[in-house]
Structure formats: structure tokens, C-alpha cells
Design a protein around this ligand. Structure first.
Ligand code: ZN
Length: 194
């Protein structure tokens, strides 16, 4: 079963409540919240406040994707804000393992996100602990990019690693997903489309 995790990045901030309710009604499984800091990525979106606000108006799973650097100093705020899943880019902090533990200890699902320039072999040591891996199929931080087909192999590799090791993360794909390439993602083993 494929889960849909639409991003509120494209939502009009003043109509946020309407947009979130529309996503609820249209059967989104998660609500994907992209947090950009203007440092890890050259764009700024929102902070923990937006998670707190959305938490008040929906019971949907809040799938928070941190594109921030460093990560550790802000994790507690995102936990307290009501996130259900927190994913981050492991190369954006010195001790990703510690951050994953912090998230899991708070009874929240921990995920890692894989920037197009990061190899699966670089993050493989973290896979046994996480519950979600996001494969980025665009370069994070810019809107309106095309789906990068050369990242699809990572979906397949993650699928194989999970199978061979009995790991239990979900494989999410984030960026430029449309009807056409959704099938490619699914056929290669993705189960969440952002
Ligand atoms: Zn995202």
C-alpha cells in the first residue's frame, strides 16, 4: 500500500487551515512539512510553530522533514511541537546517531533524508535504527524541479537492504513526484510519496 504525504510547502500560509482540512478530506495519509533554514538549503520556510499550529487542527500524521543545519539544537522543539515523524539529513550534524535516539526516546518515529549527493553507503550504518528513509528526487531547497531519475536506484537499494537485514523503515520519495514517475517509485519499492 502506498501512502501519500502531500507537502504544505505550496500551501498559502493564510489559508493553511483550509488547505490542511482539504488534505484531510482528500485522504492524505500524512501531512509533509518541509522545514528549511536558509543555511542547509538556500530557502527559508517555517519553524516549529507551524507544526504546533497544524497539530491543533488535524489528527493526521505530521511528517516533519528538517532541512536544517545543525539539527540537534532544534530537535526538542520539533518533538514538543507535536511531530509524529521527524526526518533529518544526517550530514547536517556531527552525531546523527544521537539525534535518532533522542527522537525515538520521545516515542516519535525517526527518519533520515538522503540528499541527491549523499550515497546510500554513507548512511547505511543508520538504517537499522530508523523508521523512515526519504529519498530526495530533487535538490532540496528549490521549488519546481524535475524528478531526478538517477536517484531511483537508491529506492531499490534501500528496499534490498531492508529485506536482507530485516529492517523496518518505510521508503519515502520526496520531490517532483507525479502520476507517471509514482509508478516507477512504487515498482522499485517506495511506500510513501511526498
Ligand atoms: Zn520534504
Amino acid at each position: 500500500m502506498i501512502k501519500i504525504s502531500p507537502s504544505i510547502l505550496s500551501a498559502d500560509i493564510l489559508k493553511l487551515e483550509e488547505e490542511v482540512k482539504l488534505l484531510d478530506k482528500n485522504g492524505a495519509d500524512y501531512i509533509h512539512i518541509d522545514i528549511m533554514d536558509g543555511h542547509y538549503v538556500p530557502n527559508i520556510t517555517f519553524g516549529p510553530n507551524i507544526v504546533r499550529s497544524i497539530r491543533k487542527i488535524t489528527t493526521k500524521i505530521l511528517d516533519v522533514h528538517l532541512m536544517i543545519q545543525p539539527v540537534n539544537p532544534y530537535i526538542d522543539e520539533f518533538i514538543k511541537a507535536g511531530s509524529d515523524i521527524i526526518s533529518f539529513h544526517p550530514e547536517a550534524d556531527v552525531n546523527p546517531d544521537e539525534i535518532i535516539s533522542k527522537i525515538i526516546d520521545a516515542n516519535i518515529k525517526a527518519g533520515i533524508a538522503v540528499h541527491p549527493r549523499v550515497k546510500i553507503s554513507d548512511i547505511e550504518y543508520l538504517l537499522k535504527k530508523v523508521q523512515q528513509v526519504i529519498v530526495m528526487t530533487v535538490t532540496p531547497g528549490f521549488g519546481g524541479q524535475k524528478f531526478m531519475h538517477d536517484q531511483v536506484q537508491k529506492i531499490k537499494d534501500l528496499y534490498d537492504i531492508r529485506k536482507n537485514n530485516n529492517y523496518n523503515y518505510e521508503i519515502a520519495v520526496d520531490g517532483g513526484v507525479n502520476n507517471e514517475n509514482a509508478k516507477i517509485c512504487k515498482d522499485n519499492g517506495a511506500n510513501v510519496l511526498a
